[in-house]
Design a protein around this ligand. Sequence first.
Ligand SMILES: [Zn+2]
Ligand SMILES: [Zn+2]
Length: 360
Amino acid sequence: MKPLLEGNDNMSGGAFCIICGNSSPLSSDRFCEQCFRKRTELSKFPDRIQQNRCAKCNSFELKGRWSSLTDEEVVELRIKENLLFDERCVKSEVDYSFNIIDERTHRINVNTSGTIEGLEFSNIHDSLLQTSNAVCNSCARRAGSYFEATVQLRSAGRKLDSDELADLRKTLDKIMESDDPNPMYFVTKEGPVTGGWDLQLGSKSLARIWGRNLVKKFGGTVKESSTIVGVNDGIDVTRLTLSYRKPAYTIGDVVRFRKENWLLDSWQKEGPIIRRINRFEKSGVTWRDMESCNLICSFKEQKEVDILSRDSSAAEFMDPLDYTIQTVALPYGDDGKQKSLRIGFIEGEWLALPINPGNK
Ligand SMILES: [Zn+2]
Ligand SMILES: [Zn+2]
């Protein structure tokens, strides 16, 4: 920025406003303040702004993408997009307010201020933001029963029960409700099938992300296959089928494997890590090995009991079934201070289980 020149000081032979001939302080373009103000506009903002909103999901179109926004957010964004300051302006300030006239119209009031060539300017804009109904891409696809992937939820060797199914399904909602949801992350159709549950999803990437989440959280395996469903611009259009097999067991279950009792400790890609119940020993087994395991005492059937008294090798607790006082041998990993024990009824008696399955 160049400041207003001071009078005629540095002009040989005197300087005058090129419009009115006034010799008061001049701008760098040789205008007096009055003429400079007449020819200068601090900010520009359109009287009318038009925007599209999806009539189905209420998301707004922003630079070719659709986002769900509040009224406050959308007004702020439209101001940012449309408000222009004179490029010589420094110390610009904006302050605005809006009111909702009806479903499709917001009145926006923008006040601007700033300094150009040492002179303070301000401006007031009144504008109407008008909203048209449209249909966003993902709603258009949903309406057309569009789907890119089928996910099959199954269990290894048995039927998935409804609690398990609800647990698996919840993890999908979590992905779809993430902070920056992808509009193609939707479920087109879902329902029970023999032995499990099938879903059609709007996006292959959603199916893959969910598959990885399921394996991480519940163990098991995912198999993918693709089928060609058509050709678009010479490129094959494929659909993904992703089949998830949940293991018949969960972390913390006690299983019989090779004539020993083991606790399911954690999941790995190739199969679970298991721990011996009666002494510390860890082992990795395959999913195929797991199919020859027998469930002895599920995590759900186990009980958490308070320790009433303890010595170095055993503890007393109240039997949760008949309220008698019982004694169990302390499990390995006991720190001598724990106030409770996890017990399972195994082969006709209560047995204390090793501490913190999955954590150690
Ligand atoms: Zn002038
Ligand atoms: Zn929509």
